[in-house]
Design a protein. Structure first.
Length: 237
């Protein structure tokens, strides 16, 4: 077994959250192809096709779009190719947020950068505000590795969407682990581990669809090795 296959993202009980906001954001590779924070592989540019698909879904209704997690600006830049009224972006890391502020100056649509953990920022946003939401932030602890997206979905996603609004989300660090250790099929993984949480909060099964996006993760990627990624489209009735 290779060292990449043996590597684990989190050790037992590990919690990065207290230090995450002020931790150095390490960008590497030609054209910033990799982002690491506290030694964690936050984002890599080979994800581009998948991130673009999520951005297209979140922007499909136009209007006001909320994005949680800026990363390498892959999804954010794609959102800006759409005609939206406002693009609100929540980002907690100091270095990544600085990049977000600089990036925002050159975008065609109205950008509203909001600094902080989504747990602190999202409660300040009023109900029924957004036509689209894209949730793609990094897990900050071993405890929330596989569950942090559900926390946002249950506490905020449904209430923040307008009727007819669309949610899309991912947790590649979790999904990559599940597809390595428990599942071989993306759709079964989503149906058994993600869908129940969406139904619990009030989304209807008839308004939830998924699309498989072909991907080619490099062999050295620490968090994903599967040849597809699953992109959900979740409509609020």
């Amino acid at each position: 077994m290779s060292s990449v296959e043996e590597a684990t993202i989190f050790t037992d009980g590990e919690n990065c959250k207290p230090a995450w906001s002020e931790a150095m954001a390490c960008f590497s590779g030609s054209g910033n192809t990799h982002l690491e924070i506290m030694g964690k592989p936050v984002m890599e540019r080979w994800e581009t096709d998948f991130m673009h698909k999520l951005a297209d879904i979140a922007s499909s209704k136009g209007g006001k779009v909320l994005e949680i997690g800026f990363g390498l600006a892959i999804a954010a830049t794609r959102v800006e190719e759409h005609s939206v009224d406002e693009h609100v972006i929540i980002e907690c890391n100091d270095g990544v947020f600085k990049n977000l502020e600089e990036w925002a100056k050159g975008q065609p649509n109205k950008i509203t950068p909001l600094k902080g953990m989504w747990e602190d920022v999202a409660p300040t946003l009023p109900d029924g505000t957004f036509d689209g939401i894209l949730y793609d932030t990094y897990p900050l602890s071993e405890e929330t590795w596989h569950t942090h997206q559900f926390m946002f979905i249950k506490q905020h996603a449904f209430r923040l969407l307008k009727p007819g609004g669309v949610l899309t989300f991912c947790n590649l660090t979790s999904w990559g682990e599940l597809l390595k250790t428990k599942y071989t099929n993306d759709e079964k993984m989503f149906e058994e581990t993600q869908l129940p949480h969406l139904l619990e909060v009030g989304f209807k099964k008839d308004n939830i669809s998924t699309e498989l996006v072909p991907m080619q993760p490099p062999p050295e990627c620490r968090y994903y090795a599967h040849k597809f990624m699953i992109a959900p489209t979740v409509i609020k009735a």
